[in-house]
Design a protein around this ligand. Structure first.
Ligand code: ADP
Length: 499
């Protein structure tokens, strides 16, 4: 076993699994049905732990607890600064338990240990602190109306929030949604993805330790069509914030329409273009494409899965990319020398492999990778396709795995047309030194974020969220807080009241 020496924890040390049950009204409980499901180690396919399988009845209990905490509890009534203090305490607790949380996250999701420590678990605290600072700065406007009236607006917590999160960034997504909801004064029912329930349950325990009142944060582990759907269609859930596939996003919106018309915010799939012009620094361009496609084994909603190269840089880029991939290591994500871990589960693994098959059958050329690897677990070689045509399935559909498609273009106009030739509108990247080209591109691409001479750069203060079939509503930044607030106008006579 590779230790890191000095008596410190071995890289490969496994975390203890402490929390496996639903968290409702401040306590851990079994599912009403008594059912459990297994969460799997994607490195081996072995069972990590049995987790309570929440269903409609458990969601009902959680919503009831959240409702009671919202309607009669102190969370939504206390001073914002008090909520902020508790959130700061929670941030400290997350950081105190960072090592254990990191290992849980890596084990459950197949993520790289070194990256998860700094990026995934590392940013949970900063997200909490960002929104803790916002909790006492929620205020409205005062307006003079026509006639002898005035109004002021209140920004009130919207009520019980349903937060449905995916498996690719379980910890980041948990606080991306929970932190602004807490700051706003909402109470909530969180449903982590069935593939990755471990850190969410651990966080639930920490909310209690931090002093978040019972019933404010409830966590229901379980499956989408049962537990998730019960949240989306619940008459007493006041809003839903969802991150996941476009397909399920549509179901969430339908469930809202059929039930109580709760507002929904959807952060969905993408097929984001990375457009590299002839004048780009080729090393930088390769870096951005590799990171944009293979970071987190391509399980990234903003992945740069359509790489468009201007004709003059194409060959140099391709050569450097092939060189670069020679030193790329796929393997156990706990090993610090590894670049890429396993896909999250068997279903995703098979799905990605079937897209790779499609690519081959449609006539694209495999430049690197193209097959599974490893003796067990859900590992796939980082795959680069060339000779990709715009109408191939691999150029149009979200693959959500380590698959990069290279395509060519000639002019700026063509680049704009190709970038926008998609149903999605989540992200885009542009690599050029020419300011005129940069400005034209950044203003013409219909997407929620355009990264210019960088890619995948995110920050708690920078809004993230798409257009078109990538959804609507923003996660991160102050826009994220707005989703959890309802604006109310209070109108009063000014002077010389007609009444
Ligand atoms: P992916 O396809 O990437 O696995 P999903 O969109 O299926 O992503 O899952 C994202 C989250 O949505 C998960 O927590 C999942 O359990 C949940 N989910 C799946 N189906 C539904 C549904 N019908 N209603 C509500 N939530 C769902």
């Amino acid at each position: 076993e590779n230790g890191n020496g000095g008596g410190a924890v071995s890289f490969f040390a496994m975390p203890e699994i402490r929390y496996t049950r639903l968290f409702i009204d401040g306590g851990f409980v079994d599912a009403v049905s008594g059912k459990t499901f297994e969460t799997i180690d994607p490195r081996t396919g072995d069972v990590i732990a049995s987790i309570a399988e929440g269903d409609k009845e458990d969601v009902d209990l959680a919503v009831r607890a959240a409702r009671k905490a919202f309607d009669h509890g102190k969370w939504s009534r206390m001073a914002g600064s008090e909520r902020g203090k508790i959130m700061l305490k929670l941030a400290d607790l997350v950081e105190q338990h960072a090592e254990e949380l990191t290992r849980l996250e890596c084990l459950d999701a197949g993520k790289l240990l070194t990256v998860t420590r700094t990026v995934d678990i590392g940013t949970c605290g900063s997200t909490l602190r960002y929104f803790a600072g916002a909790a006492d700065k929620i205020h409205g406007e005062t307006l003079k109306m026509s006639g002898q009236f005035q109004a002021h607006t209140l920004r009130e917590p919207v009520g019980v929030a349903g937060l449905i999160i995916p498996w690719n960034f379980p910890a980041i997504m948990f606080f991306t949604k929970v932190a602004p909801a807490l700051a706003a004064g909402c109470t909530m029912v969180v449903k982590p993805a069935e593939q990755t329930p471990l850190t969410a349950l651990y966080f639930a325990h920490l909310t209690k330790q931090a002093g978040v009142p019972d019933g404010v944060v409830n966590v229901i582990t379980g499956f989408g069509p049962t537990a998730g759907a019960a949240i989306a269609s619940h008459m007493d859930v006041d809003m839903v914030s969802f991150t996941g596939s476009t397909e399920v996003g549509r179901l969430i919106m339908e469930a809202s329409a059929r039930s109580n018309l709760k507002p929904v915010s959807l952060e969905l799939g993408g097929k984001s273009p990375l457009i590299i012009f002839d004048d780009a620094d080729v090393d930088m361009a390769v870096d951005l494409a590799v990171n944009g496609n293979f970071f987190n084994k391509g399980e990234v909603c903003v992945a740069a899965s359509r790489v468009y190269l201007q004709e003059g840089i194409y060959e140099r880029f391709e050569k450097k990319l092939v060189d670069r991939m020679k030193s790329w290591v796929v393997g156990d994500p706990f090993d610090p020398h590894v670049n890429q871990g396993p896909q999250v589960d068997k279903a995703q693994y098979e799905r990605v492999l079937s897209y790779i098959d499609h690519g081959k059958r449609e006539g694209a050329t495999v430049l690197t990778g193209g097959k599974p690897c490893g003796l067990k677990g859900y590992y796939i070689e980082p795959t680069v396709f060339t000779d990709v045509k715009d109408d191939m399935i691999i150029a149009k559909e979200e693959i959500f795995g380590p698959v990069m498609c290279l395509m060519k273009f000639r002019t700026v106009e063509e680049a704009i047309a190709k970038a926008n030739d998609t149903r999605y509108g989540l992200a885009a990247g542009v690599v050029t030194k020419d300011m005129d080209v940069a400005n034209r591109m950044t203003r013409s691409i219909r997407a929620g974020v355009v990264w210019l001479n960088c890619y995948l750069v995110m920050d708690g203060d920078c809004p993230l969220g798409g257009r078109k079939m990538s959804g609507f509503g923003k996660d991160a930044g102050m826009h994220a807080l707005d989703k959890f607030l309802a604006v109310k106008a209070v109108v009063t006579p000014l002077y010389d009241s007609p009444w």
